[in-house]
Design a protein around this ligand. Structure first.
Ligand code: GDL
Length: 471
């Protein structure tokens, strides 16, 4: 039986988010960063490459082959491991041999382009199989193991030192607790998946604030192997208003010894990934207790030249303020958090609304607004384009709040209403998604309750799709 021979610790990047995949030029820059920083692995699996998931059986065209070859060669030229990921889980029929043939053909096609390492990804799919499959394999997990084992054997016959990875359907603690994929899913994987196949895991959550050693040890027992962490800490595909420029954080350095790899699936906007990936590399290679803030500051110093504007450099302290406003999913950076608390405190009347306090708060808000505005002058246009929509929104909110705070300094009244010609109903916070958001309030424990005071006049009839309406 062929087994893989590589035990290398996998450290690097997953292009595995929903949305437009990175361009060839962005990948080329990524590979340069990675080789410079000692990251060794890149996993290609953009969810919205149609042929990765939706029409996974269709072969790549010649043009697509050429593009993929460029990526594979660019990666391997830098000495990095290129892993090709395929996600057949939306509609695969596990029990049909013709499906295995489709998988083989795709892997062969990628193999001919230079691919040596492969992954089968079963995340974000319906956790149901046809009755015949269940009968034949006994469980959903066993059906997936059969497919993965067959394909891994095939891959290792061609490339004995290649890696083969598998993403389970329940890929985080919360999903496993809810028994996604059926009872005993992870234990079945532990028993039936070939021991040399690596298994992905995102931590206790899809976006895990923390990943601890005890959490991973417990998982290792069930999987009978060390997992490879698919880290979504800096992923932003689920929220179009944010991006994450904070450091790799919430994981102790000891985690490295508990896993077979750490791969980050970061921001969609490639240029915004400097700090996330630079600090991941530092986490992997450095020694001693992990200090995320020190790593952040050091990465920002390296990144700062990219923020050269037509009027000279952006000061480091301004860059810190900007990145603190777009730090980590569960946490603002300290300067942004302080600003928020100052504004919220003044508005709640908790702080003595002395003129000096209001003025200091307004000055800091004005500084952040100014930094947002200055991003438009950045010479590196792809970087500005990646920032522009989000910082625009931040500027608008700061502008509005400043109008309220101005009431204190100018008229001695706080909390009076204000108006702005730039923020009229309909153009500001308008649109269905935004209005629907206003109908739900999320509480600190994560639960939602509905607001019932926003109803307008009674609605007209709700029309269904054309084929449902009466003739
Ligand atoms: C996910 C998806 C990933 C996506 C991420 C963040 C995994 C294994 N799959 O659930 O493609 O980018 O969340 O939204 O994480």
């Amino acid at each position: 039986m062929a087994t893989h021979e590589s035990t290398e610790f996998l450290a690097g990047v997953i292009e595995g988010f929903y949305g437009a995949p990175w361009s060839p030029a962005e990948r080329s820059e990524l590979f340069e960063w990675m080789s410079r920083w000692g990251l060794n692995t890149y996993l290609y699996c953009p969810k919205d490459d149609l042929k990765h998931r939706t029409i996974w059986r269709e072969p790549y065209t010649l043009e697509e082959e050429a593009a993929l070859r460029t990526t594979i060669e660019g990666c391997q030229r830098r000495g990095l491991r290129f892993i090709y990921g395929l996600g057949p889980g939306l509609d695969i029929r596990y029990g049909q041999d013709s499906e295995l043939e489709h998988l083989r053909r795709r892997f062969q096609q990628v193999g001919a382009l230079g691919g040596r390492d492969f992954a089968l990804l079963f995340d974000d799919i319906p956790d149901a199989t046809e009755a015949a499959d269940r009968q034949r394999w006994g469980s959903f997990a066993a059906a997936q193991c059969h497919v993965a084992n067959t394909m891994a054997q095939w891959a290792w016959e061609h490339t004995p030192d290649g890696r083969f990875l598998f993403c389970p359907t329940p890929y985080c603690g919360r999903m496993a607790e809810r028994q996604l994929g059926g009872e005993g899913y992870l234990e079945t994987l532990g028993r039936e998946l070939l021991p040399a196949i690596d298994v992905f895991w995102t931590g206790p959550e899809i976006i895990s604030q923390e990943i601890t050693v005890p959490h991973v040890r417990e998982l290792r027992q069930r999987l009978r192997r060390k997992p490879v962490i698919w880290d979504n800490l800096h992923a932003n595909d689920y929220d179009g208003r944010r991006f994450y420029c904070g450091p790799y954080a919430g994981r102790p350095r000891e985690l490295r010894g508990e896993v077979n790899g750490l791969l980050s699936n970061p921001n969609n906007e490639f240029p915004l990934n400097y700090v996330p990936l630079r600090t991941l590399a530092e986490f992997v290679h450095g020694r001693g207790p992990w200090d995320p803030r020190a790593a952040f500051e050091s990465a920002l110093r390296e990144w700062q030249p990219r923020f050269e504007t037509v009027h000279g450099p952006l000061a480091l302290e301004d860059l810190v303020l900007l990145c603190d406003a777009y730090y980590l999913p569960h946490q603002e950076g300290p300067e942004a958090e302080n600003l928020f608390q100052a504004i919220a405190g003044l508005l709640a009347g908790r702080l003595p609304a002395q003129k000096e306090a209001v003025q200091a708060c307004r000055a800091q808000a004005a500084r952040l607004r100014q930094v947002c505005a200055r991003t438009a002058e950045i010479r590196c246009r792809p970087l500005f384009y990646a920032l522009s929509r989000r910082v625009w929104e931040l500027r608008e909110e700061l502008d509005l709040l400043d109008r309220i705070l101005a009431g204190e300094t100018e008229k001695g009244i706080l909390n009076e209403s204000c108006s702005s010609d730039f923020h009229l109903p309909g153009t500001y916070r308008g649109g269905l998604a935004s209005r629907l958001q206003q109908l739900l309030v999320q509480h600190a424990d994560g639960t939602f309750t509905a607001r019932r005071d926003l109803a307008g006049p009674p609605p007209g009839p709700l029309a269904g799709p054309a084929h449902h309406t009466a003739p």
